[in-house]
Design a protein around this ligand. Structure first.
Ligand SMILES: Nc1ncnc2c1ncn2[C@@H]1O[C@H](COP(=O)(O)OP(=O)(O)OP(=O)(O)O)[C@@H](O)[C@H]1O
Ligand SMILES: [Mg+2]
Length: 242
């Protein structure tokens, strides 16, 4: 089992969309995928058509030591399962660190995910401040590697919301590639309204609109990341979370 963490401290860059779409695309390649939603916003949960108001999601696993297996729910995609999140996870951060500074608290769930992970997938939106957020994330990853989880690595940077007609978008792509030539994937995710619509139907893009450019881009990303994962030593010999 390999634990991938989809992370970027910057908001609205396509983390949730990438987790859902990549998870579904990998499941469709025949891999068994479990998406673990840690976000109190629970967008990955609702985006996969599962209610946020379920009682027995990730909160029970983390805070009440309930078995992970009992929190797993199936999705419409064969091979793709979910451990849902919900609004009670806002409380989890508070319960876990009652005395910590607020900034640290807000980052705690991210740090938890990185501590349990093998490899990080970083969605980067093709817009002006893209690199700024990236430097912060790489600092956090370095700190987690030094103190909590030395096996953690960055697997890929995925450029999201690409707009080929926008010169700035293309300049950002060039710049991110120049800084991280090995990490940036060949597959880039186009900006398309179909990806923004899919969550309100509770479906991943591969089900909502399988022939769309976005579905093809995420299928290509799944292929590319599968190759990258195979090319290195088996990252995790035993489950990190389970
Ligand atoms: N490639 C895309 N094309 C068009 N819209 C997109 C694309 N990717 C994501 N979106 C939309 O942009 C918004 C932000 O995306 P998403 O929720 O995936 O980002 P996020 O990084 O998870 O945000 P947050 O930091 O709030 O958790 C959503 O409304 C989503 O539907
Ligand atoms: Mg999100």
């Amino acid at each position: 089992m390999t634990v991938l963490v989809v992370s970027n401290q910057k908001g609205g860059v396509g983390k949730t969309t990438t987790a859902i779409s990549l998870g579904a695309a990998m499941a469709e390649r025949g891999q068994r995928i479990l998406i673990v939603d840690l976000d109190p916003q629970a967008n990955a949960t609702s985006g996969l058509g599962v209610s946020k108001e379920r009682a027995n999601g990730i909160y029970g696993v983390l805070m009440r030591e309930r078995p992970l297996a009992e929190a797993v729910v199936p999705t419409d995609v064969r091979g793709l399962d979910l451990v849902p999140s919900g609004p009670e996870m806002t409380g989890a951060e508070v319960e876990l660190v009652p005395v910590m500074a607020r900034e640290y608290r807000l980052r705690l769930l991210t740090v938890n995910a990185l501590a349990a992970g093998d490899a990080v997938v970083v969605p980067v939106q093709c817009e002006y401040y893209a690199l700024e957020g990236l430097a912060q994330l790489l600092d956090t990853i370095e700190a987690v590697r030094a103190r909590l989880n030395e096996k953690l690595e960055v697997l890929a940077i995925v450029l999201t919301m690409e707009d080929r007609r926008n010169r700035l978008s293309m300049q950002v792509i060039d710049e991110v590639r120049r800084h991280f030539p090995k990490l940036v994937t060949h597959a880039r995710i186009p900006r398309t309204v179909r990806l923004a619509e899919a969550p309100s139907h509770g479906k991943p893009i591969s089900v909502y609109d399988p022939h769309s450019r976005a579905a093809k881009a995420y299928a290509e990303l799944a292929r590319e990341l599968t190759t990258r994962l195979k090319a290195r030593e088996p990252i995790a010999l035993s489950g990190a979370i389970a």
